[in-house]
Structure formats: C-alpha cells, structure tokens
Design a protein around this ligand. Structure first.
Ligand code: BJW
Ligand code: ZN
Length: 257
C-alpha cells in the first residue's frame, strides 16, 4: 500500500473526529518480534490453547504453563515498540479523546508513549493469586517451586484465559469508548475472540467509521468501511503522515474546509 491509496475521505473523517479508538491485537506487535496466535507462524499452530491458556490447562500442568509464560516474558522484555505502536501514540496527541483498547499483554503501547490504554486480557508483567486476587508485580523465579500466595492460593500470570471473564471495569470502559467512537480502527487482530470481537460491531452500529488494518482479511473485513491491507508498522505511519500533512495544509489556509 502506498500513501496515496489511503482514501481522502478517511483523512477528512479523522480530521473532524474527537473520539477515536485504536483496538489492537497480536498483529501490531508482530513486527516487534512477538509471535501472533493465529495465521502464519501463529502460536496455536504448534501449541494447544486449552493446555496453555485456560484454567483447566493450568490446573493440569502448572509447570508447563509457567514455563511458557516465563519464555514469553523473556521474549517480551527484549523487544521494543515498532512504528505501528509509535504512530498510535503520536495520533493520541491529535484527538481530545483517543483510547487504545488492546488484547495484547506485552505492554508495548505504554512503552511507545500511549497513555490511555485499556488492556482487555491483562499484562504479562503482573501475577496474581488465584484465590484472593492479590497482585504480585515481582518476577517469579522459574526454577523455584510453584509460587503460592500468603493465603495459600496458587499464583498465576495476571492474564485472561479462555472461559474467564475479562476485568469488569476495563471491559465496560472499552464498550463505552466503542459506543462513543467516531472512528474505530481495528488493527492486527483476527477478530474472532469474544468479547473483544464485538467492540468494532458496537462502534459501527453507533455510526463510527470502521477501519481495519491487517495483512489479510478477517471476519470483520466485510463490515469495515475501509480495509487497509498491509503491515500495521507500515500503514499506521503512512496514515499519520497523510493526516498530519492535511492538518498542516488547513492551518496554512490551503484546505477547502
Ligand atoms: C498483522 C500483522 C502485521 C499479523 N500487521 N496485521 C464457544 C466455545 C467456547 C468459548 C467460546 C465460544 N464462543 C465464544 C467463546 C468465548 C471465548 C472465545 O471467544 N473463543 C473463540 C476463540 C471462539 N472467549 C473467552 O473465553 C473470553 N472470555 C469470555 O468470553 O468470558 C465469558 C464466557 C466464558 C465462557 C464461555 C462463554 C463466555 C476470554 C478470552 C481470552 C483470550 N485469551 C488469549 C490469551 C491471553 C493471554 C496471553 O496472551 O497469554 O488472548 S487467547 C489469544 O487470542 C490472546 C489474544 O489476545 C486473543 C486474540 O488474538 P488476536 O490478538 O486477534 O491475535 P491473532 O493471532 O488471532 O491474530 C493476529 C492478526 O494479526 C491476524 O489477523 C494477522 O493476519 C494479523 N497480522 N501480522 C497487521 N504486521
Ligand atoms: Zn491469595
């Protein structure tokens, strides 16, 4: 995709918008070196989600699940935000009400400088007690015995597994932001995991312009007003560049509106 293939109508819509949602999935971090779950090279092609990302899987084999999370923690601590994360952080400054809603647990949006972030599926840097919910920010030693809380409960990564509820307040804030959005951008997600997959539909039903950025079509593509096909680390900086160029043009008095 080239900069000129971005529809002018989208730039104009963004220019008028005050409330914008950037909803991201694993694809936005792919160019940082974090593997996605589905699609080419996806984690679920080799591993079983029910073994690694479910309460039953953890109860059956906590050592295996801890090992997997330690491995991903190591990987995520070594990677850096890419131009896609940085473009979203830069966009935030242009809108009075911009929100990042992410399914990712890697913390890369915060590291890129975004400030309003709703993490739907938790964050890999935190752990919590299964029983009392107490948060443990400290690293867990992978070689030590399975960690337990003072209350006796098992400690686990503070992420959301299949069959678990998402954090209530964060999910509610995500639905509110989606309902209010004038432009909703769905970036790098396969758009199949609920309830995150409902957010763009809620936004579209309320009249938002729905934009999808992905290397390949998803179930959301037929519903999207604009599908920008390609890598988010390339497309988002182009979108930002076009948007900022248009703003400068208008400030200079060359714009038509
Ligand atoms: C690029 C790119 C580049 C690549 N640029 N793009 C039927 C049966 C049983 C359960 C259900 C059911 N129907 C619904 C459910 C519920 C279930 C669900 O949705 N399952 C579906 C899979 C069917 N959902 C839940 O269980 C949720 N809880 C819930 O609903 O509670 C109520 C309830 C309970 C029980 C029953 C019913 C209701 C919880 C979901 C938790 C998901 N957890 C995980 C793990 C998180 C922790 C961790 O990371 O370890 O979250 S699974 C995994 O999937 C992870 C992700 O956040 C999530 C979404 O994945 P994402 O981000 O979309 O990534 P990918 O890999 O799928 O896609 C990447 C995309 O990027 C692709 O499209 C690429 O093309 C693209 N791409 N490079 C741009 N450079
Ligand atoms: Zn406890």
């Amino acid at each position: 995709m080239t900069i000129n293939e971005i529809p002018q109508s989208l730039i104009d819509r963004l220019r008028r918008a005050r409330r914008v949602v950037f909803a991201t999935g694993a694809g936005i971090s792919a160019e940082s070196g974090v593997p996605t779950f589905r699609g080419e090279g996806g984690i679920w092609n080799k591993m079983r989600p029910e073994e690694l990302a479910s309460v039953d899987g953890f109860m059956r084999n906590p050592n295996l699940v801890w090992e997997w999370y330690q491995h991903r923690r190591d990987l995520m601590s070594k990677v850096a935000p890419n131009p896609g994360h940085h473009a979203i952080a830069a966009f935030e400054k242009h809108f009075p009400d911009a929100v990042v809603i992410t399914q990712n647990i890697d913390g890369l949006h915060r590291r890129a400088g975004s400030t309003r972030i709703l993490e739907l599926h938790g964050n890999i840097s935190r752990n919590k007690c299964f029983d009392c919910g107490r948060l443990y920010e400290r690293e867990i030693d992978p070689d030590a015995e399975l960690p337990h809380c003072g209350c006796g409960g098992m400690i686990r990564p503070d992420v959301v597994w299949f069959g678990e509820m998402l954090p209530h307040d964060i999910l509610q804030a995500a639905f509110e932001a989606s309902e209010a959005a004038e432009v909703f951008l769905s970036v790098g997600t396969s758009a199949v995991v609920q309830p995150a997959a409902s957010l763009p539909l809620v936004a579209a039903r309320r009249g938002a312009c729905l934009v999808e950025v992905n290397v390949e079509p998803t179930p959301l593509t037929p519903v999207a007003d604009v599908f920008l096909q390609g890598k988010s680390g390339e497309i988002l900086p182009l979108l930002l560049e076009r948007f900022e160029a248009r703003k400068r043009q208008i400030v200079a008095g060359d714009g038509t509106t």
